[in-house]
Design a protein. Structure first.
Length: 745
């Protein structure tokens, strides 16, 4: 072992559970290098960009094998030390290779070797565009252009527009203006300038004024404000429409008043233009927005403005939890129960849980909010880790909707809809109000079935049936994206008697359109909102009340405010009662109460009708009370008895491969290895094939570790992982560890 030398510990984005030691570059003094700087290193046969995560005076690598880094890419750290430590903690917590985890904290443009100043410079230029103006001597120079008619034409145009013109205006001269313009610039008859792109400039918007809080909101706000000087976790538990967002806003105001920043996370689906505009109207132009719909450049811009402190309110989805903050003061996680906070591949982190840990390390408060909190968070309230702030009622004159069940047993249904639901819809739209129908399944029908032999159209790459999409006359797999034209005949017996079995949003839409031909219907699901701005457009139609019937999947269920909706119909809720996942009941209750929350959000009272074949199911009965607290208590005691989260902790090892047996064979070996490092309180279940064993051409299997103590799980993981990595079969399958898995199917 060599001593008294500086060695750089470098995280490299490769699927290996280690960091790599390098020497400082030959020509540079190692002391100028700090953790958080990027370096270029030779790795394997090529070069990679890595991040220095530590500097040490010792290494286990023999001296002759150590290589100097090829290049130091940054003058100063791009990741501050607190954030770097958080990323390393998270890599450890989620048992993720450190290089893969750490790079999640860098915008895509910085994962390459571009120096920060160059990336920011390019960004600045991208936000600018060129404009051209006639120079002082332009008028006089005109005469010299008699042999250059194209140049004369461009110059004449600019002389008519002395304030200047950009490429969009000049395009009206036809195709040939660029080259003559360049000549004119060379001759100094035209001046070129760079100006900000319209839209990249902060715009003046009409500002919203704060509401006067009601007593429950006021109590919640005061509790948060009392603890702004250190870490504390709050759970704001309040109905949909109870004014939670208003509480976040006023807490944010107080934090901004102390010249600190506020980071607000929202679920992917919640980041609609409507929500962004609501933030803009409160926080004006020092708002930065960060989500997956942005270009790499826009993300870098948001990253930089959070880092420099130019932005003081930072609103973003999952990965925004890693944004650098110049002066953090408060972290908010809205709809904390939402599944989209958990990344389901690669670095399988939960943004909610990382937000809590980040706030703790920053010593700032964190506020989680939901109308239907996760059982994990309610458990933390019970354990005294979170302070619960209850807002029991909806604001002002909006009251809770009434919920009723429609018993479908033995009823005649038309296209999946009962006559009660049809009648209720007719009544509402007849009175000029709006209806929202919810079905969490897109497409026309989930099954294409042969009436003669019982054949169904299956995906060749998944253990799943293909969904029929009537608009495009295609069969599509909702798991791997495969698309096939609609066959005219059965794949088995050539019969033409093909039936569409089951219902999707497309089918419900056409059924309603037939029944109510004069009514405007808008359907909102992933199929109708693929084009940019389509969602915004449709939501706007819905909000303005231009369409009387809204049909949609969970895209429609969450977060939106439709003041005119008085009836919400849940078309099929029963699959939630029989879900394979132990969280199915919790998810169903959350979803139904969230959808129900779309009804009667303004002055008009709301009503919710749920179609079910199981009206007596205890969960259905509980839903009728709309008392989520009570539902949660029931679900929690079931979990406690069954020794499931949040009472027990889980780690899942998943494996997949194109070879049918490999995942199970590998996991069988993994199971034997865990027996060797067996910690007594850890239970091991499996391996089992995944409930959908084949997906996108890969066979999948899983092995579950469970324990009442997290520390025991980690003790086994620490012993197990290196052995797994070394195992000869480990390279034959793609495997990954999922800590606190959210979907165990
Ligand atoms: P949540 O986030 O709990 O769904 P919001 O904060 O969006 O609730 O509030 C629902 C509606 O009520 C919004 O239109 C909001 O502007 C309004 N609102 C919130 N607080 C008040 C209040 N104290 N007085 C009047 N209206 C309010
Ligand atoms: Zn057939
Ligand atoms: Zn498929």
């Amino acid at each position: 072992m060599a001593v008294n030398k500086s060695y750089l510990r470098v995280a490299i984005p490769v699927p290996l559970y280690k960091v790599f030691d390098y020497l400082p570059p030959r020509e540079r003094d190692g002391t100028a290098i700090q953790p958080g700087m990027r370096v270029k290193v030779s790795f394997g046969k090529g070069q990679k960009v890595g991040l220095v995560v530590g500097i040490s005076d010792r290494t286990d690598v023999p001296r002759h094998k150590l290589k100097p880094v090829t290049e130091v890419l940054d003058e100063a750290p791009v990741l501050d030390s607190l954030l770097l430590e958080l990323m390393l903690w998270a890599a450890d917590y989620y048992a993720c290779p450190p290089g893969e985890a750490v790079f999640n904290a860098l915008p895509v443009l910085l994962r390459k070797s571009t120096p920060l100043t160059a990336a920011l410079g390019a960004l600045h230029r991208a936000q600018q565009c060129k404009r051209w103006k006639p120079a002082k001597q332009a008028q006089a120079g005109r005469e010299t252009l008699s042999n250059a008619p194209a140049q004369a034409r461009v110059l004449a145009y600019l002389l008519r527009h002395p304030a200047g013109a950009g490429s969009e205006e000049l395009a009206c001269l036809g195709e040939h203006w660029r080259r003559p313009l360049r000549e004119l610039v060379k001759k100094k008859l035209v001046e070129e300038e760079l100006v900000s792109v319209p839209g990249s400039e902060p715009q003046a918007v009409r500002m919203d004024t704060p509401h006067r809080l009601n007593p429950a909101q006021q109590r919640a706000l005061e509790a948060i404000l009392a603890g702004l000087d250190g870490y504390r976790a709050y759970l704001v538990f309040g109905d949909t429409g109870s004014g939670k967002t208003e509480v976040y806003f006023q807490a944010a105001d107080a934090v901004l008043g102390r010249r600190r920043q506020v980071l607000i996370l929202v679920p992917e689906i919640g980041l609609t233009p409507q929500l962004i505009r609501r933030f803009q109207r409160r926080f004006s132009n020092r708002l930065a927005v960060y989500h997956s719909g942005l270009s790499d450049q826009e993300r870098l811009a948001a990253w930089q403005s959070a880092r420099s402190g130019e932005a003081n309110v930072i609103l973003g989805t999952r990965s925004a939890v890693f944004l650098p903050l110049a002066a953090p003061g408060l972290v908010i996680v809205d709809e904390e129960h939402d599944l989209s906070y958990k990344q389901q591949d690669g670095f399988r982190y939960s943004a909610r849980d990382i937000a809590i840990m980040r706030a703790r390390r920053l010593q700032v408060p964190v506020v989680l909010g939901s109308a239907t909190p996760s059982l994990e968070s309610l458990y933390n309230v019970e354990a005294g880790k979170f302070t619960q702030l209850r807002i029991p009622h909806r604001v002002a004159n909006a009251s809770r909707p009434e919920i009723g069940l429609i018993d479908l047993r033995r009823k005649k249904l038309a296209e999946g809809l009962s006559s009660e639901l049809f009648d209720a819809v007719a009544q509402e739209i007849g009175a000029g109000r709006q209806v929202l129908l919810f079905l969490n399944r897109r497409g026309f029908s989930p099954t294409l079935l042969c009436h003669d032999c019982g054949w169904t159209a299956q995906c060749a790459r998944c253990d799943a049936r293909l969904t029929f999409h009537a608009g495009s006359r295609q069969l599509r797999c909702h798991h791997c994206g495969a698309v096939r034209p609609l066959p005219a005949q059965c794949g088995e017996c050539d019969s033409e008697a093909l039936h569409h079995y089951g219902y999707g949003t497309e089918r419900i839409e056409s059924a309603l359109q037939q029944r109510f031909p004069q009514t405007d219907i808008v359907r909102i699901d992933r199929d109708t909102t693929r084009r940019k701005d389509a969602l915004q457009h449709k939501l706007e139609l819905a909000r303005q009340g231009k369409s009387q019937i809204l049909i949609g999947t969970q895209m429609l269920a969450k977060g939106h405010h439709f003041p005119n909706v008085t009836l919400v119909g849940v078309i099929d809720s029963d699959h939630g009662l029989f879900g394979a996942d132990f969280r199915a009941g919790e998810r169903m209750a959350q979803l139904i109460l969230q959808v129900a929350g779309r009804a009667g959000r303004a002055e008009l009272p709301g009503r919710v009708l749920i179609q079910t074949h199981c009206p007596d199911h205890p969960l259905m009965q509980l839903l009728l009370t709309q008392d989520y607290q009570q539902i949660a208590v029931t679900l929690m005691s079931e979990r406690e008895q069954a020794q499931l989260p949040p009472y027990h902790f889980m780690v899942m090892l998943r494996a997949e491969s194109t070879a049918a047996d490999s995942p199970l064979v590998f996991l069988e070996q993994a199971r034997q290895l865990i027996e060797l490092c067996r910690v007594p309180e850890v239970e091991c279940y499996g391996p089992h094939p995944a409930p959908m064993e084949k997906r996108a051409g890969k066979y999948r299997a899983q092995l579950l570790l469970q324990s009442a103590r997290r520390s025991s799980l980690y003790r086994s993981l620490r012993c197990w992982l290196p052995q797994l990595e070394q195992h000869r079969l480990a390279r034959r399958v793609a495997w990954s560890i999922d800590v606190d898995p959210q979907e165990v199917i």
